[in-house]
Design a protein around this ligand. Structure first.
Ligand SMILES: Cc1cc2nc3c(=O)[nH]c(=O)nc-3n(C[C@H](O)[C@H](O)[C@H](O)COP(=O)(O)OP(=O)(O)OC[C@H]3O[C@@H](n4cnc5c(N)ncnc54)[C@H](O)[C@@H]3O)c2cc1C
Length: 483
């Protein structure tokens, strides 16, 4: 399906215009890093969602911040639109050129790891670097980012993950998602100016503090789908690789016991690295073959075996106090799940087909109702399993708070007819979840945007639009992705 939000001030593309654009882009990055060949353009019309976009006029692969800046200046002069793409693994229509007369900036050639600072316990990267490459390099030095990338770490870039505020189980309970890892950013604004945020806004300040010199301006770029600027460099926190690990699984018959268990952990500050939830009878049965309304996967990762032991004892005692039980072999299953994190979804996709993701945030208290709504919508209203599709839900606790990331997935065979049906069911769910219980997306993309915007408080939408107009007067960058 194609999506065409209305654009203003833009020239209509024709062969002459495309030739001029390509010539000018070539002057900026060199001929070998611009393409308008059909065969190349065709590989940029999908992301990991059921959506499909029109072909861009051209794709350009810059190597430096200066080149990104010149490309945006050119776009403002010549009046064409620019969409940005990282790894293209977005699950909601990101990294695609949704309007005619657009070019795509492919960020993956900007992939240098610029500095690992032991003194600052930080790493500075060009944002086209892929998480798995970064993780491998950091591990050589005994480090990792406290949240070390989404489950798509073998394809997703740091920049795409920051623009989408990506989160998942990898350390999120203790450390929060990608957005919580940011210390400072370098950003090319839609007009081509380059800014540095936080302590790095002072030329001799350094890259050590996020909120200073006037506010948290890294924050406006995180989760904003790249509509306010192209993030070209990021300085992220580091932590030492753990030396002690415990994997614990526990099942509760009743939701109330499980929710009390989370509060007990949070209030006693026995925070695990990851607290993942199998939500609902169906999820528990399929994972462990036992009856229960919820189950938990708890990962402790510490720098000291004794601390890990004490935390494990405490967590097991809280679980027992509240009526939790430990089916045979559950800890081994939890360990297997944790070790296979970056392959989990790919395995699911091999088995069931392509996944339409509908991840969003909810307070812990709303989890039982969200699961009930999702199961009712997919399994009873749309009877997806009878139509050859597969449905699953998952959840994790984030940022040491009673706040969750909730992820309903619809797997479908990626053929045109099935994809069309999956798209309708998936978008219908997003619209329903927003209205039924206030689902808040952390990553958006055009499907979430077009369903969320009419439901947001009008003053907030007005604020987003004013911000966009101020930063991007010609509406050249990622138009329609958010506002
Ligand atoms: C198998 C699989 C597993 C996944 N697991 C997770 C998960 O655990 N958690 C999660 O949150 N998501 C997950 N996703 C979705 C997606 O992979 C992530 O959100 C990922 O962070 C997107 O990164 P990307 O580089 O592919 O971004 P893209 O898809 O290329 O781009 C996403 C958005 O970011 C913008 N953008 C890209 N680079 C920049 C930049 N440098 N500056 C400004 N804007 C930019 C784009 O314009 C677009 O709007 C998964 C997807 C798949 C296929």
């Amino acid at each position: 399906m194609t999506y065409q939000p209305t654009g203003e001030n833009m020239k209509n593309s024709n062969d002459k215009f495309v030739t001029e654009v390509v010539e000018n882009l070539s002057k900026i990055v060199g001929k070998e890093r611009v393409t308008s060949n059909l065969i190349d353009l065709h590989s940029y019309v999908r992301d990991a969602s059921p959506l499909e976009a029109p072909l861009p006029m051209a794709v350009v692969k810059p190597l430096t911040t200066e080149e990104v800046s010149k490309i945006l200046k050119l776009a403002n002069e010549m009046k064409f639109r620019v969409f940005v793409r990282g790894g293209g693994t977005s699950a909601g229509g990101g990294g695609l050129a949704f309007m005619e007369n657009s070019i795509l900036i492919d960020m993956t050639a900007m992939n240098k790891i610029l500095e690992i600072s032991e003194a600052n316990m930080s790493v500075t990267v060009q944002t086209g670097v892929i998480w798995s490459t970064l993780n491998k390099e950091l591990a050589k030095h005994g480090y990792r980012v406290p949240f070390w990338g989404p489950e798509s770490a073998y394809g997703a870039t740091v920049g795409g993950s920051l623009a989408l505020a990506s989160m998942s189980s990898q350390g999120v309970t203790e450390a929060g998602g990608t957005y919580n890892q940011v210390i400072t950013l370098e950003v090319v604004l839609p007009t081509g100016e380059v800014i540095r945020t936080g302590s790095d806004s002072l030329p001799n300040g350094g890259r050590f503090a996020r909120v200073c010199n006037g506010g948290d301006y890294a924050g406006i770029f995180l989760g904003s789908m790249g509509v306010f600027g192209v993030i070209t460099e990021a300085t992220l926190k580091l932590e030492c690789l753990p030396t002690a690990q415990k994997c614990i699984g526990v099942v509760f018959k009743k939701w109330k016991q499980g929710i009390d268990f989370v509060y007990k952990i949070l209030r006693s500050k026995t925070i695990p690295k990851s607290l993942n939830i199998n939500p609902g009878m169906r999820a528990v049965k399929s994972s462990y073959g036992v009856e229960g309304e919820c189950a938990f996967r708890i990962i402790l990762e510490e720098m000291n075996e004794k601390i890990a032991d004490i935390k494990e004892q405490l967590i097991r005692s809280y679980a027992k106090e509240l009526g939790g039980f430990f089916p045979d072999g559950i800890d081994e299953k939890v360990k297997e799940w944790w070790d296979g994190m970056f392959f989990r979804l790919v395995k699911g996709e091999k088995k069931y087909g392509f996944a339409a993701h509908a991840c969003h945030r909810i307070p812990l208290q709303k989890l039982p109702i969200a699961v009930k709504e999702a199961e009712h919508y997919f399994l009873e209203v749309h009877r997806v399993e009878e139509r050859g599709m597969h449905f699953s839900v998952g959840c994790y606790v984030s940022e040491q708070r009673p706040a969750c990331g909730f992820y309903p997935f619809l797997y479908y065979r990626d053929e045109p007819e099935t994809r069309k049906i999956a798209l309708e069911i998936w978008e219908g769910w997003i619209a329903h979840a927003i209205k039924a219980y206030g689902a808040c997306p952390y990553w958006m993309g055009i499907v979430w945007s077009r369903n969320l915007l009419p439901n947001l408080r009008p003053e907030y939408v007005g604020f987003l639009k004013r911000l966009k107009r101020a930063l991007d007067p010609n509406n050249v960058l990622n138009p329609g992705m958010l506002v």
